[in-house]
Design a protein around this ligand. Structure first.
Ligand code: GLN
Length: 272
């Protein structure tokens, strides 16, 4: 081998060594930031007139609520970011179904008909419907008095479906729950049928205007909606939810938003 050939061989080996070490070092350094960029972002659809689950903070303009905190906390456990996407409630299940958004987190009741379009996480909240009337109304005392009455509901909700089954009821559907309350206050409706925790939240501080009457109707469970068949994402959501239940963070968030401890036995674990 000529000197020249040996020299070129050495150079080649040197380059090889440098690239091996260089690559090694680069890799170690790159690892964390690579993971950072690989962290997926999931879009989350919700309708923001549903406190304490989701609403827009009047002062900061930020979306806040139990659902918002919950999905972010699940993301922290499972290594994903969330991008919030406000939309009409009646469009959420379809948006998840078509893959326009990754997740629906909006106090969505798990129901047979919706299960045909989307998959749901294990339940995270046990809810019910209730009836709201004006404080000065002495004639509507419960569901049996709603026959033939004007009922305000949010479009696409279980409350809307319930109201429509009441004999002779004139049901008007609004995009926002806030509009239902406005309409009731203005005398455009006699009652609202809507989720009880949300009704309680709207009435708090407005007891001069509104009251809840009768027993709660229909027990419901809320779940997080995922595109049908997206097992990977559904597993992540359920696993994150379970971790939060185990490490006490779920209870912390629950207490923050509902001012009580979560039920000892969370509903739906038997469905998991
Ligand atoms: N829980 C009700 C439903 O799923 C209402 C939800 C909502 O208005 N955000 O229909």
């Amino acid at each position: 081998m000529s000197r020249k050939a040996i020299k070129s061989l050495l150079i080649i080996m040197l380059i090889g060594l440098i690239s091996v070490f260089g690559f090694g070092c680069g890799n170690e350094q790159a690892a964390p930031s690579e993971n950072e960029t690989e962290k997926p972002t999931y879009t989350v659809a919700f309708e923001a007139t549903f406190p304490p689950f989701e609403s827009k903070d009047a002062e900061t303009g930020e979306f806040v609520g139990f659902d918002i905190d919950l999905i972010r906390a699940i993301g922290e456990e499972e290594g994903f970011d969330v991008q919030l996407m406000e939309m009409g409630f009646d469009g959420i299940v379809a948006a998840v179904q078509t893959g326009n958004v990754d997740l629906g987190v909006s106090g969505i009741t798990i129901r047979e008909d919706r299960l045909e379009s989307v998959d749901f996480s294990t339940p995270y909240y046990h809810s019910a419907l209730s009836i709201v009337v004006r404080t000065d109304n002495d004639t509507i005392k419960g569901v049996e008095d709603l026959k033939g009455k004007r009922i305000a509901v949010q479009i696409g909700t279980t409350g809307a479906d319930y109201a429509k089954k009441i004999e002779g009821a004139k049901v008007t559907e609004y995009d926002a729950v806030t509009d239902c309350f406005l309409e009731l206050k203005n005398g455009g409706a006699d009652a609202i049928v809507n989720d009880n925790p949300v009704n309680l939240n709207y009435i708090k501080g407005n007891e001069q205007d509104y009251k809840i009457v009768g027993d709660t109707l229909e027990s419901e469970y809320y779940g997080i909606a995922v595109k049908k068949g997206n097992k990977e994402l559904l597993d992540k959501i359920n696993s994150g939810l379970q971790k939060l239940k185990d490490n006490g963070k779920f209870a912390e968030l629950y207490k923050k938003w509902f001012e009580v401890d979560p039920p000892e036995y969370l509903p739906g674990e038997e469905n998991a």
